[in-house]
Design a protein around this ligand. Structure first.
Ligand code: NAP
Length: 208
């Protein structure tokens, strides 16, 4: 199973400010690229923090003609989801909630709830949900766990060369860099497209 990341990063490698609000510092072009990347995915996965900060519904607008709506996966340790959140009310792909800690209390019947470690859930995604391409849209804390599991196969970045964010408390794609990864990981550049608005699309992969 491919595990793809998509992030917008500032020129100093930050994905957002320390305050944790929504991270919209890139252009409409970046958003249009996001729809194209989502179209390649069987499932979109986010941490509960990103879902809430960015008010995501994890869908693809019908105007961009998706062949299907990817499954929607939201990951939590505490298992405390706010079922009033728009993601639970917007039509789209099947919703799967993963709690790696406390079991979920009373999830709505239309939702599949799981309680297991993240690594076991990824195996379930591949073997039971038949997901071939899993797109993780953050945030840093969740991606850090994927990196520790050594499962990331592809990374799409929009480098926003027009913005500096700064701040020791502002996360990068692996969240707050308190500790090194147990082993560094290497990726090859597969795509590079600069724009005159100061942004640049980059893609990397582990496969040859
Ligand atoms: N620039 C970009 O492209 C981009 C992309 C994504 C996010 N962001 C920004 O990043 C910020 C959110 O970052 P974040 O670190 O809070 O995001 P996050 O990883 O989405 O959310 C953290 C929460 O997700 C759950 N979680 C994360 N890793 C987990 C794991 N391994 N196992 C189980 N649960 C896990 C936990 O939820 P519980 O608390 O429920 O246990 C945790 O508190 C926002 O400001 C957002 O705008 C930016």
């Amino acid at each position: 199973m491919k595990v793809i990341l998509n992030f917008a990063i500032s020129v100093d490698g930050k994905i957002g400010a320390s305050s944790g609000g929504a991270s919209k510092f890139t252009s409409k072009k970046d958003l249009e690229r996001l729809w194209e990347i989502r179209k390649t995915a069987d499932a979109i996965m986010v941490g509960r923090g990103t879902l809430e900060a960015d008010h995501m519904t994890l869908t693809i607008p019908t105007e961009v003609r998706p062949a299907k709506q990817p499954l929607r996966i939201i990951v939590s340790r505490k298992g405390q989801f706010d079922f009033k959140h728009p993601v639970f009310h917007k039509e789209g792909g099947e919703i799967h909630l993963l709690s790696t800690g406390t079991p979920l209390k009373n999830p709505p019947p239309s939702i599949s709830a799981h309680q297991m470690p993240l690594g076991t859930f990824l195996k379930y995604c591949k073997e039971t949900l038949y997901i071939k391409t899993l797109l993780c849209e953050g945030g840093g804390e969740l991606v850090r766990s994927l990196a520790e599991l050594n499962v990331i196969t592809d990374i799409h970045l929009t480098l926003a060369g027009h913005t500096l964010i700064g701040g020791a408390g502002s996360p990068g794609i692996l969240g707050l860099l308190k500790t090194h990864l147990s082993k560094s990981q290497k990726f090859k550049l597969t795509y590079f497209e600069p724009f005159d608005n100061g942004e640049c699309f980059l893609s990397y992969t582990t496969s040859s």
